[in-house]
Design a protein around this ligand. Structure first.
Ligand SMILES: Cc1cc2nc3c(=O)[nH]c(=O)nc-3n(C[C@H](O)[C@H](O)[C@H](O)COP(=O)(O)O)c2cc1C
Length: 333
């Protein structure tokens, strides 16, 4: 059954959605996700206590995380019933943001498969409006609230406000398409102060989302500073910055299978360097059970994806979980 639904999604995506301009396809996809109560169908989930993991001390029913992209409470609520062990919100900013002008998302076909380049620019309703939705959101699966700011004060205000309603808070210091956020990785001293201030502001487990474009700074300065401040979870990571003349900003973040080899390599290096002290969410390019398994075998605590959710459909989580369960059963024999 799950294979048939995955094939149906591929046909709809390949034959219809992919032929529309990307912004229209996304609007159609999100409208469908809002309208169809897919989360009520047990077929998209696989509940098995053997798949449970802990992330920053928080129990997750399984190691799959929907990466940051959605802030609509209906979509977040649906996603919580689609097999994920945790769901991440879009990065919320203090003030509402319209995002960058269209086109801010384009498809890209690479030798590795279909991906996106986006310069979304944090289109979101801002903290005050989002808090109204956040307070009413059930935590059917653990909720990771992502925040993004331009100053230490921004992050302290954001994290303090959302923490009481989040299982974990992820702070995004790596999105490639707003200069102020992307530049955090070039200001390691200030970033270290940011980690200390945010850690002191809330007791909820925190995740730092890293950029794959700053591997040296991540390993030499940023991860050690996070650990020193008492933050022991990283999400590695965000989209990779590339030039893309089709976008309104002329550049954006590449996501999808093209970035998977770097995700795996970055994970391997930091697992070896920082050992078991660090919990690692490996994100970037996962669009098949094999890739998720490869990351978990290489030492990921959990695996995140967004692009695969669109290109492979809502069945992907269940397919990955089925594979993980079969692997565990084989290993136990
Ligand atoms: C349209 C779009 C919007 C995104 N918005 C956010 C965001 O608000 N915050 C964030 O940390 N990452 C954001 N991301 C990055 C994803 O969460 C993820 O880290 C990245 O796409 C790599 O994973 P993937 O290859 O599985 O998509 C966005 C990605 C896309 C494609």
């Amino acid at each position: 059954m799950s294979r048939r639904i995955a094939a149906l999604y591929r046909a709809v995506y390949g034959g219809f959605l992919r032929r529309l301009p990307e912004s229209t396809a996304i609007a159609v996809g999100q409208a469908a996700l809002r309208a169809l109560p897919l989360d009520r169908l047990p077929l998209f989930r696989l509940d098995d206590p053997a798949l449970a993991v802990r992330l920053g001390g928080v129990p997750l029913p399984n190691p799959l995380i929907l990466a940051a992209m959605y802030y609509d409470p209906v979509i977040l609520r649906r996603a919580m019933g689609l097999g994920f062990g945790a769901v991440t919100t879009k990065s919320i900013t203090l003030n509402p943001r319209p995002g960058h002008p269209q086109p801010n998302l384009v498809r890209i076909e690479t030798a590795a498969g279909a991906g996106f380049v986006n310069c979304n620019g944090f289109h979101n309703p801002g903290l005050v409006a989002f808090m109204r939705d956040l307070r009413g959101l059930p935590h059917r699966a653990p909720l990771i609230v992502s925040v993004a700011g331009e100053s230490i004060e921004d992050y302290v205000r954001l994290v303090s406000a959302v923490a009481p309603h989040a299982d974990l808070v992820e702070f995004n210091v790596s999105s490639p398409n707003t200069k102020q956020v992307y530049d955090w990785s070039r200001r390691s001293d200030e970033l270290a102060r940011l980690f200390e201030s945010v850690r002191a502001a809330a007791s909820v487990p925190l995740i730092v989302k890293l950029s794959p474009d700053f591997t040296e700074a991540n390993e030499r300065e940023i991860i050690p500073a996070a650990l020193a401040a008492g933050i022991n979870v990283v999400n590695y990571g965000n989209a990779r910055r590339i030039d893309e003349p089709r976008l309104s900003q002329g550049a954006g973040g590449l996501s999808g299978p093209e970035i998977f080899p770097a995700t795996l390599a970055n994970l391997r290096r930091i697992r070896q360097k920082f050992g078991a002290d660090l919990d690692i969410v490996a994100t970037g390019g996962v669009d098949s059970p094999e890739k998720a398994v490869a990351l978990l075998r290489a030492g990921a605590t959990a695996v995140g994806y967004f692009t695969g959710f669109v290109t492979r459909g809502p069945m992907l989580a269940r397919q990955i979980l089925t594979r993980l369960r079969a692997d565990r059963a084989r290993a136990a024999r």
